[in-house]
Structure formats: structure tokens, C-alpha cells
Design a protein around this ligand. Sequence first.
Ligand SMILES: *Cc1c(COP(=O)(O)O)cnc(C)c1O
Length: 360
Amino acid sequence: MNKITPQPGILDIELYEGGQSTLAGQSNVLKLSSNENPLGPPEAAKEAAARAVHDMHRYPSTDHAALRAAIGEVWGLDPARICCGVGSGDILKLLAEAYAGEGDEVVFTEHGFSMYPIYAKACGATPVVVPERDRVVDVDAILAACSFKTKVVFLANPANPTGTMLGQAELVRLADGLPQTALLVLDGAYAEFVDGYDGGASLVTERENVFMSRTFSKIYGLGGMRVGWGYGAKAVIDVINRIRGPFNLSAAALAAAEAAVRDEAFLVTGRTENAKWRDWLAHALADVGVPSDTSSANFILARFADAEEAEACDAHLRGEGIIVRRVAGYGLPNCLRITVGDESGCRRVAHAVAQFKAAG
Ligand SMILES: *Cc1c(COP(=O)(O)O)cnc(C)c1O
């Protein structure tokens, strides 16, 4: 018998599947499966990363001071309460590891981001899945599922893959109602797409039990660079800094992110273009009988009659060189998640869905 065995929970983890990016025999592939920015990265970020490569023989900064200062300035936050990770996923995983273990519970919702159960199982904790109400997070159901065993509650707002979000009053009610042992982690991967939403920052400023994570992978167009950040109570930031890799972020990634966060015009353009084409796409799909909930993010959760129709539409789109995301693994077998592309991408996918519906 093999005596070299991993910690309990690890072999229960199902491998995360990223959005596919190629289709056999297709050259003009339109990838709308990973919520990437159709505008690409900011020019300033590309230039900063290119400059950074000249010093690639040097170790990068361990304290990320320049990036934290830039984030603090732009978002009006105390840099001492910010930490940086290899994508925001790194930080979410570290939070689970730091605060939960065997016998503890990590809470998230039915259609929550599929990495949450992975983080829970990886640290040996028990994942607790809470039902939603018509694809919207239900605060009362979360509170009912919590106990003194709850150590971390993961909540993406706006949520992926539903695109729905909770308002400030609901977030406050959740933060106030949790057991004292539980850290509420507001995953703000899509926060910048919502004009006027602070991602939960003000809640974090006021409370010890709320943490906010943010990413450069979505609106900033830097998914390939792997940079995310978190804002939390000083005590939580201190814990993350003790267990993260000291050189977790490369110099090129740090430079690109710093340039990106300072490019506020890029952010505004990304948000405006996304809102415009997201609404256009939602209407175009609704017009051909494919409804979706109002999305606050950079994707639409298109609803079909049943799983069979969703699968058939996915197959048709692939035939047209378009990759969207199947979300059966999120408990949404009758849906497809479609990233909002640029104008031509939105027109192309809308046309292909209309073609599919007309044929069916
Ligand atoms: C994309 C995404 C992230 C961000 O992942 P990174 O590790 O920062 O690239 C986090 N949470 C949700 C819900 C996401 O969709």
C-alpha cells in the first residue's frame, strides 16, 4: 500500500477547466469563454512590462510597495491594508488555508464560482453549498447555513456565472449577521464593471470581518500576467503576507499592473463599452427567444429551454468558430455564459444564436 498520501480532501477535487481557446479546423476563432477584455491590455501596461524585462535577472519586490501605493491612490485605500497575489485566486486560496481546516466549514452559494469548493477541499475544510433564489444570492439562506464552524464565506459580487449582484443593504445585512468566527470574502473580480460600486471596500474599512479581493484579469485585460489584490483588516493582511510566496509576483507583472491601475481612462472606456455592448447583446438574444438576467458583469448568462437546447446551441456556435462557456458544472445546464466581446464579436455571436434559433 502506498503510504505517501495527500491530505484529506485533495483527491476529491475536480480539476478546474478553463475556457477553451481553440477549435479544431477553425482559424477565425472568437473566444467568449473566459470573460477576458476584448480591448486587450492597456498600452501603458504593455510598455511597462517590456521595460521590466531588461532587469529580469533581478528578484522582484517582496512587499509590492509601488503597486500597493498606486492601488491605494487610485481607489482611496490605505496601502498598509492591501496585499497582492498571483491573480485574486491566489489570495482567495490563501484565505481558505489560513482560516479554515479540518472540521471547519467554508460557505458559498449554489451557482458560486467553481474555484470556491476547490479552495475549501484543498485546505481540508468542508464545503457548504447554499441555495440561491432564481440565480440570485439569498442572504437569509447563507445566514441560515452558517454556524460556529463557519470560517470563510465566499461571495462574488457581481456573481459569476449568473452576472447578478447584491446591493449594499444586503451586503451589510450579511456582514452583520454572520457568526463572529466567519470572514466574509467579497470577490470583486467584476466590481469595476459596475459604475459607482466600490467592490465592498467601505464595508472592509468599517469592519474586521469583511475582506475584498480584486483582479487585474478582467477589466484591466491582464489575465495572462496573473495579478490580483486584496483589501482587509490589518490582521488579515498580516496573515496573508506570512504565508504567501515572498516573490509571488514577477517584476513584469507588478509593472504592468501598476501602469494599468493608473490608466483610469482605460477603465472608464472598458466599463462604458462593456455596458453598451452587454445591453445590446442581451436585447439581441432576447429578441430571438433567449432571455438572460440583467447582468452587472462582462458576460451574459443566456437561458435556453433545457440542457439539450443549450448543448445544441453550443455545438452550433462551435461550428461557427465561436467558443462560449457551458455552465452545467455550475448547476445551470440550460444556460451558456457568453462574454461580452467588442462590437464585431457581439454582432457575430448574436447572429449565430439567431441562426440557431431560426433553424430549430
Ligand atoms: C475571473 C474570476 C476571478 C479572478 O481570477 P484571477 O485569479 O484574479 O485571474 C475571481 N473570481 C471570480 C468569480 C472570477 O470570475
